[in-house]
Design a protein around this ligand. Structure first.
Ligand code: GDP
Ligand code: MG
Length: 298
């Protein structure tokens, strides 16, 4: 079944390229402060991580030294296949007087990783390459029910040309189903009208099950998510769910009627992880390289 299509059992050529060295997967979260980015990362990896999240490192870059980008390393195991995971939590932006100062470091970080890989490739082989290229950037959108803000559009354009951009609607529990559907379709319209490049799961024509799955992912975009606290909620004796408790009931993280958390998790950690890794190399890294080499020639 589609749910079992993990990175560990894809028999094709592209998989072999990755599996020789084991895979490294780097996930970034970005967007305004207070949208639940850090909470979401915790919710996503709570149940999946083999080793606890530790090894936090802070990344500061020259003039933007006040802005800290935090890299967390962890390890994930999927059918005896080890995935080294880097989670990049970025400081929220949007509440500064000069917004450019708050998102530029995020864009610079992505470029810097491509640059560092280029430099390493120009050196004679010296063991493991340090690779922090961002394979997927989750961009959190405030659940206003209206539309994308000019700031969102500006930042998403920059991110989409540099990495696999996946737009996310934060705090899905704050919008009713009908509002959510309208909000999603308005965002899709703006993304198209503004020519924002977003990651789209490829539809494989020779495999019905996986092409159906890809289509259902695409139809749900931008994915709505709910993040929850450490403690699960007991809904029946001995039965626990991840969610947020309200007087009217529970907004459940893993209930597909409540949000798209499960679809997003499946895309990131199972069905599309390999495509995210390889398209980063084949598309985003290659275009960065080409651009750099061209500008060096002139
Ligand atoms: P960040 O600044 O984007 O990293 O946001 P945080 O993860 O620190 O969360 C900001 C606040 O939003 C906290 O009080 C969270 O408990 C709350 N929060 C996080 N996720 C959700 C969600 O899905 N729904 C609601 N209603 N609140 C959330
Ligand atoms: Mg945070």
């Amino acid at each position: 079944t589609v749910d079992q299509v993990g990175i560990a059992n894809l028999p094709n050529q592209r998989f072999k390229i990755v599996s020789k060295e084991g895979a490294t997967f780097t996930l970034m979260v970005a967007g305004e402060s207070g949208l639940g980015k850090s909470t979401f990362v915790n919710t996503l990896f709570q149940s999946t991580l083999k080793t606890p999240v530790d090894n936090k490192a802070r990344y500061k870059r020259g003039i933007h030294a006040t802005v800290e980008i935090e890299v967390t390393r962890a390890e994930l195991e999927e059918r005896n296949f080890k995935i080294r995971l880097n989670i990049i939590d970025t400081p929220g932006f949007g509440d500064n007087v000069n917004n450019k100062d708050s998102w530029q470091p995020i864009v610079d970080f992505i470029d810097d990783q491509h640059d560092s890989m280029m430099k390493q490739e120009q050196q004679p082989a010296r063991g493991d390459k340090k690779d922090l290229r961002v394979h997927a950037c989750l961009y959190f959108i405030r659940p206003t029910g209206h539309s994308l803000k000019p700031l969102d559009i500006e930042v998403m354009k920059k991110l989409g040309t540099r990495c696999n951009l996946i737009p996310i609607i934060a705090k899905a529990d704050t919008l009713a189903q009908k509002e959510m559907n309208e909000f999603k379709s308005r965002i899709r319209q703006v993304i198209e009208a503004q020519d924002i490049r977003i990651y789209t799961p490829p539809i494989e024509l020779d495999d019905q099950a996986s092409s159906d799955h890809a289509k259902s992912l695409i139809e749900s975009m931008p994915f709505s998510v709910i993040g929850s606290g450490e403690d699960e909620i007991e809904v029946a004796p001995g039965q626990f769910v991840k969610g947020r408790q309200y007087p009217w009931g529970i907004a459940e993280v893993e209930n597909e009627d409540h949000c798209d958390f499960k679809k997003l998790r499946s895309l990131l950690l199972r069905t599309n992880m390999l495509d995210l890794i390889l398209s980063t190399q084949e598309l985003h890294y290659e275009s960065y390289r080409t651009l750099k080499l061209e500008s060096a020639e002139t």
